[in-house]
Design a protein around this ligand. Structure first.
Ligand code: SF4
Ligand code: SF4
Length: 512
């Protein structure tokens, strides 16, 4: 695929070789001829010694043409310009063994401690804006179930299937508001301390609204918890985070955070982070300045979830919704904010995916490096291994999430109707064969769309956001060649203006 950046620089992206490179106008011209179906060897053979005119470049001499013709041949001999066989490449299947192994190497088990909260934030995923398929209740996860899950995971973590030696394994507490069931947390932490992981070591983390921190901070510090506190900025910015009677929660939360920072300054510095939601009462520059000045922290910023909004609430939702990019690009001190918030910005996430999937310069391990250098006897790169369609993670590769009802999910961000198994006090019921069949049947239903999508290599779409309950789910992210070329051009134009971003992404972002 040939494309131009906003500065009119020319590039070649080849999906088969998975490589993007800057392209001299003469080479670009030759590849254009190839794409138009011309026999380039015959065209070159019939050229006389006269220079030729190339649009957007000027006159190219015969030696210049000869040089770029040789380059074109070199690329062709190394597998460029062969149409990608997306039918083959997207025919990957998940196997039960792969899923079991993924669980044995997972990085985190997160428990939904309770499904209720002491706040009633206006934009809560369980609140007025959304069609809710699992309404909040008054349920707690029992400690017996959590212990059974930990025993089950420990057997896998200690087994030969675990290759992630020396990796931290997080035991996470999530809600609702997890501190509303502190006895559960205390008991699970005590239980985890007496388990004996052979290859990993355990740490604890928690996402909290901060209201009960005053009561439980000594315990959290003693057990070295990593804390993520949800706070949307100063008093006005945080005014959607309210108690059930509608009164603002800001002053109580901030009192607790200030006490934590004063009582345990080094813990606060190393273990505490903030998570803010952007909406119409705050801005990215405002959040950046508030957290940096008041706490010396750079927050993570997320947007309101725009899927599952009830039709009747659409208008009010749109008034509340704000986009990170828009408020960021309007900032006067954009460069400073970008520098500080680098890893937390949508640009960086998009750039990370682009460089990983399309640049051809990122290898996850030495096997990939070796495979890229190998050639078959015909001089072509070896046939790529088939991959699964969509950008969905291999189940449990990132975490395992256990709901208050004992449902087992690959993360907390997807609907609970997609539960992959159950746990209770007596056993964990995970049928890896059934999970593989379920995922493979989802992939079968999407494969046709994905094969016709130019974005299939760089796809980040999770299947669980695609209404998989429907017999023929549709993906609105499907891109044709023209749309995909626009996407590539946007990424390359951004890198031309901000070359430091390339080096930062390559150095600082963990690309796995
Ligand atoms: S949202 Fe989808 S792709 Fe992302 S972690 Fe959850 S299941 Fe995996
Ligand atoms: S964007 Fe949608 S259609 Fe395209 S590859 Fe991803 S899941 Fe398939």
């Amino acid at each position: 695929m040939l494309l131009e950046s906003q500065n009119k620089n020319k590039y070649l992206y080849d999906p088969t070789v998975k490589n993007t490179q800057w392209c001299h106008p003469v080479l670009y011209h030759i590849i254009q001829l190839h794409h138009r179906g011309l026999d380039v060897d015959q065209w070159y053979g019939e050229l006389n010694d006269d220079p030729i005119q190339i649009e957007g470049y000027g006159t190219a001499s015969k030696p210049e043409i000869a040089y770029y013709y040789r380059k074109y041949r070199l690329l062709r001999e190394n597998g460029f310009f062969s149409p990608p066989d997306s039918g083959h490449l997207l025919s990957g299947r998940l196997s039960p063994g792969q899923i079991k192994s993924s669980l044995a190497n997972t990085r985190q088990a997160t428990f939904e401690v309770v499904d209720y909260c002491n706040l009633e934030c206006a934009y809560c995923a369980y609140g007025k804006f959304y069609n809710i398929n699992a309404p909040r209740g008054d349920r707690k996860l029992n400690t017996g179930t959590a212990k059974t899950v930990l025993n089950y995971l420990l057997d896998l973590l200690n087994s030969p299937l675990n290759q992630s030696h020396h990796q931290v394994f997080y035991i996470g507490f999530y809600g609702g508001e997890p501190l509303l069931n502190f006895p559960f947390i205390r008991e699970v932490v005590a239980y985890a301390h007496q388990l004996k992981p052979v290859h990993n070591h355990f740490r604890f983390n928690m996402t909290t609204n901060g209201l009960l921190l005053g009561k439980y901070m000594d315990f959290l510090v003693e057990h070295d918890f990593d804390l993520l506190i949800s706070l949307d900025g100063d008093e006005y910015s945080n005014s959607y985070r309210v108690f059930k009677d509608g009164t603002p929660a800001y002053s109580e939360i901030i009192k607790n955070i200030d006490t934590l920072a004063a009582k345990y300054p080094s813990y606060f510095q190393t273990n505490v982070n903030f998570n803010a939601v952007i909406h119409n009462r705050n801005t990215v520059p405002g959040l950046h300045s508030y957290f940096k000045t008041r706490f010396g922290k750079i927050p993570s910023i997320g947007e309101l979830n725009s899927s599952g909004v009830a039709a009747a609430m659409r208008e009010e939702f749109l008034k509340t919704y704000a986009n990170i990019g828009t408020t960021l690009f309007q900032a006067e001190d954009y460069s400073l904010i970008e520098k500080d918030m680098f890893l937390n910005l949508p640009n960086t996430r998009g750039m990370k995916s682009f460089l990983q999937q399309c640049s051809g310069f990122i290898f996850n391990d030495y096997n990939e490096v070796a495979a890229a250098g190998n050639k078959t006897e015909a001089g072509k790169p070896p046939k790529q291994t088939a991959q699964i369609p969509t950008g969905t993670c291999i189940p449990f590769s990132r975490k395992v999430f256990i709901t208050v009802q004992g449902k087992i999910l690959p993360c907390e961000r997807i609907g609970q109707q997609y539960s992959l198994g159950m746990a209770d006090e007596k056993k964990v019921d995970l049928d890896f064969e059934k999970i593989a069949d379920t995922y493979n049947s989802y992939f079968d239903r999407l494969k046709k769309q994905c094969c016709s999508c130019a974005n299939w290599e760089a796809c980040l779409q999770c299947i669980f956001y695609l209404n998989m309950d429907h017999p023929q789910p549709r993906c609105s992210g499907l891109l044709n060649d023209e749309e995909f070329a626009r996407y590539l051009s946007t990424q390359l134009s951004y890198l031309e203006k901000n070359p430091q971003t390339y080096f930062k992404v390559m150095k600082e972002v963990r690309l796995v």
